[in-house]
Ligand binder design. Structure first.
Ligand SMILES: Nc1nc2c(ncn2[C@@H]2O[C@H](COP(=O)(O)OP(=O)(O)O)[C@@H](O)[C@H]2O)c(=O)[nH]1
Ligand SMILES: [Mg+2]
Length: 222
């Protein structure tokens, strides 16, 4: 019985995700869904990324959390157009669903954007199951989380179009084996591009920024 309910929830989400995809196509906006466990550095990475993309690539952000507007406040400092979704009013959902994204995208307004980035709720499980009508999914893993996470949470890495290995500035102080973490990602998704970066020092950002620019151009022609 439970399985049937979950199936219906995912089917309803899939229908809305397709509507979102059509809406984003009409608006000619490229959409990135950014996912990770809490604290791996999504917001910090986004702040640094926005500084490098804007104003050439007109970018908006939808950020999801169970409570607080902390991340929206941090992102707003960059001058980006940002809207926050809190899921505590919807039972504290651990992911963003397609209907929440549709409402938030309308509220934000996409007609003046080339790129919309969604910072999903911190969780390596549920967000991977919910299509929000995005063009690409990016998973962030940080060096404090353990090399084995891609093997323990394979769906997240399997559905990703790119991965970020963040906080490499901390490598000298940890036993974390970065090549092994990358190998583990490739074990579940052999062609996954992996960007090794530090959102603190901005090391390694260039290939990540170039990847986004190319993807935006391929869809929007801008
Ligand atoms: N040393 C270091 N700390 C980082 C880096 N990126 C993020 N942090 C810190 O990690 C914590 C969580 O970052 P945040 O962006 O809020 O993660 P989120 O929950 O995934 O959005 C904050 O204290 C950040 O300052 C990094 O590259 N290096
Ligand atoms: Mg955050």
């Amino acid at each position: 019985m439970e399985i049937n309910i979950q199936k219906r929830v995912l089917e309803a989400n899939e229908t809305q995700a397709q509507k979102n995809r059509n809406f984003f196509k009409d608006q000619n906006v490229f959409v990135i869904n950014m996912m990770s466990s809490p604290g791996s550095g999504k917001t910090q990475t986004l702040c640094r990324t926005l500084e490098k993309l804007m104003p050439a690539i007109r970018t908006g952000v939808i950020v999801g959390d169970i409570c607080t507007t902390n991340d929206a406040d941090r992102l707003a400092v960059t001058g980006v157009k940002v809207t926050q979704i809190n899921t505590d009013q919807f039972g504290g959902d651990c992911h963003l669903s397609a209907n929440l994204i549709f409402d938030a995208a309308k509220k934000l307004g996409c007609d003046d954007l080339d790129l919309l980035i969604v910072e999903n709720i911190g969780n390596l499980v549920c967000p991977a199951e919910f299509d929000i009508g995005e063009d690409v999914r990016v998973v962030v893993l940080s060096v404090t989380e353990g090399e084995d996470k891609p093997l323990k949470y394979p769906l997240m890495f399997r559905v990703a179009d790119a991965a970020i290995l963040n906080k490499i500035d901390l490598l000298p102080y940890l036993d974390f084996d970065a090549p092994l973490a990358v190998d583990n990602m490739k074990k579940v998704h052999s062609r996954l591009p992996v960007f090794e970066i530090s959102a603190k020092t901005q090391e390694g950002f260039e290939p990540w920024i170039e990847w986004i620019k190319l993807k935006v151009f391929e869809k929007t022609g801008r």
